[in-house]
Design a protein around this ligand. Structure first.
Ligand SMILES: Nc1nc2c(ncn2[C@@H]2O[C@H](COP(=O)(O)OP(=O)(O)OP(=O)(O)O)[C@@H](O)[C@H]2O)c(=O)[nH]1
Ligand SMILES: [Mg+2]
Length: 562
């Protein structure tokens, strides 16, 4: 038989036995509890001078018995969880309340956190007899800013309506409110932003987060923003807001909660503990890592991403985390004398060592390839820029090659190298890179060392920007800031204002003047010659052709702008 949960110290063994006997009860789901059952429960609770709680299945079986302390009672995690959006826990939480009637604030919080079918209390009067039952349930749509409804208090055996039917119709309604929407392959995401900045900025950032979520295969079902002067140190989101977030997630049928702000390890663990297994919290870095994991095509790219994921995950591992096996394949099991946590961490560390060795080797090989190329003496152009700016499209247009270009963030994850033949028999090597993004997480900078190492070899950086994006200036500055920070400033940069076909003319002119940029549309080859000319002149100045050991220096140079 299952054991009584909660603090049993100080109880007599006969009392524990009586509590254990509650597991044999079966209560009527339509009425919650019969009068004689309520009488027994009230008497026991009065005698113990402690609240007693029951987790009841939809069939009225007692799944868990909990005893509280004189100060109160906490509901347990439901023993079995039901999966699927828009569903309730499948269990009702009923506990006695000594002296005062009514639900406790904690009961209402629990309603959303644990998604109880119903949350109810049975009043125990001074004389030890049962009083009224107070019950509440979640609402599929909030009414008057409330996410729950309180039933009229009722004496045992006289519920205001058939409670089993109430729960069923509630769940049907919840299911209806989430069906009919399109769910991405990876699930439904609720986006959350907690910040101290202006509301408009939070919305803009959420627009970008929505793009990222879409790239990760998630469909976005809603947004929640919170303005706080300081994030909550424990859970980032304030406790009241967290509650609202969870109710909203339930109502919209979200599977994943995506936070725009990054969680520190202890916040990640607290949030995971607060929500149980059904809902997953991920932060922006994890989302980006997830996209990278889906997109990485080469062996090196895959290894880099796995390494970054493991490094990010390791401090966030909690003892009950089993999501790891999916990431690393083969982590799990329990060795003698070790906690699950230790073994996971140890295996993760082993895997990290292995990855580091493999990556070292790949880097050495790449170094050799690069030497070979340097001996060929061709100048190297690297295309950089914000993600989705059109870098791969431009590479394709310039070289006639077919690197994957897609309207998704981070379509390109591995550096790609092609030769570009100028009209006049000049040849350069042109490399495409992974897209930049503002607030590039530290973990990713390291992870994409491969791409960035390539940049160090560049004689010229072609910085492609999406001129049709209203955020284009912020994006240009974000990319410049990252380049500056990475000390790749030695190579000259040329700003390419792409998507001219979709941008207003006056904005193009202003941008071109301000940044001394070249306007193109990668989709229209006819717009490319001015870019080629600028590239040619700049490479000449950078000495690329000289390095090639060929006598390409020509009259052009005199016409080159300083
Ligand atoms: N209208 C318009 N769309 C363009 C132009 N150039 C590229 N695009 C579109 O922009 C989207 C992104 O293009 P990509 O070339 O994949 O962008 P990217 O910079 O390589 O993106 P990542 O590799 O994800 O960083 C695609 O849908 C392209 O068709 C252009 O000149 N005009
Ligand atoms: Mg690309």
């Amino acid at each position: 038989m299952a054991k009584v949960l909660g603090p049993t110290t100080g109880l007599k063994s006969s009392q524990i036995k009586r509590l254990n006997n509650l597991y044999r009860r079966r209560l009527p789901p339509e009425a919650l509890i019969l009068p004689e059952q309520a009488l027994d429960l009230a008497r026991l609770s009065a005698e113990l001078a402690r609240p007693v709680g029951l987790v009841l299945s939809r069939r009225g079986e007692v799944e868990q018995v909990v005893v509280g302390s004189p100060q109160g009672i906490a509901s347990p995690q439901p023993s079995r969880l039901r999966r699927g959006p828009g569903r309730l826990a499948g269990f009702t939480w009923l506990h006695t309340s000594l002296g005062q009637g009514g639900l406790f604030p904690g009961d209402l919080t629990d309603l959303s956190l644990k998604r109880w079918d119903l949350s109810a209390t049975l009043e125990v009067r001074e004389d030890g007899l049962p009083g009224l039952i107070h019950a509440a349930h979640l609402l599929p749509q909030p009414e008057a800013e409330r996410d729950y409804r309180l039933l009229e208090p009722f004496p045992p055996g006289q519920p205001p309506e058939d409670l089993a039917r109430l729960v069923r119709s509630l769940e049907e309604e919840l299911a209806r409110s989430v069906s009919g929407r399109e769910v991405g392959e990876a699930g439904a995401a609720l986006l959350i932003s907690v910040s101290s900045g202006p509301a408009a900025e939070a919305e803009e950032r959420l627009d970008e987060l929505a793009e990222l979520a879409r790239s990760a295969g998630l469909s976005v079902v809603g947004r929640v923003t919170q303005r706080r002067r300081k994030p909550d140190p424990r859970t980032l989101i304030g406790p009241g807001k967290l509650n609202q977030v969870l109710i909203t997630a339930l109502r919209l049928g979200a599977d994943v909660l995506v936070l725009d702000q990054n969680l520190n390890p202890s916040q990640a663990r607290s949030l995971a503990a607060a929500t149980g297994a059904e809902l997953k919290f991920i932060d922006r870095t994890q989302l980006i890592l997830d996209i990278f994991a889906q997109r990485a095509a080469t062996r090196e790219g895959k290894l880099q991403v796995e390494m970054a994921q493991l490094k990010y995950l390791m401090p966030r591992l909690s003892a009950r985390d089993d999501g790891l096996s999916r990431l690393t394949g083969g982590i799990g099991g329990r060795g003698p004398g070790e906690t699950r946590l230790e073994i996971d961490r140890r295996r993760v560390r082993q895997r990290l060592n292995r990855l580091e060795k493999d990556l070292d080797q790949i880097a050495r090989q790449r170094g050799r390839r690069r030497e070979a190329r340097a001996r060929g003496g061709l100048p190297v152009l690297s295309i950089v820029g914000y993600t989705n700016a059109g870098k791969s499209t431009l590479l394709n247009a310039l070289t006639g090659s077919e690197v994957k270009a897609e309207n998704r963030l981070f379509a390109t994850l591995d550096p790609t190298t092609r030769r570009l033949r100028f009209p006049r028999e000049r040849e350069v090597i042109i490399t495409d890179t992974v897209g930049f993004i503002r607030d590039l997480p530290e973990e990713l900078k390291r992870a994409f060392g491969a791409t960035l190492e390539e940049l160090e070899q560049a004689d010229l950086l072609l910085h492609v920007a999406d001129a049709s994006n209203p955020q284009v200036e912020e994006q240009i500055q974000a990319v410049d800031a990252i380049l500056d920070q990475m000390e790749f400033t030695n190579a000259p940069r040329l700003l390419v204002l792409n998507k001219a076909d979709a941008a207003p003319a006056e904005a193009l002119e202003r941008l071109a003047n301000r940044y001394d940029g070249v306007v193109v549309s990668a989709l229209r080859p006819k717009t490319l010659p001015p870019l080629l000319e600028r590239i040619e002149r700049m490479v000449d100045i950078a000495g690329g052709w000289e390095a090639a050991g060929r006598d390409y220096l020509s009259a052009d140079q005199e016409t080159a702008e300083p």
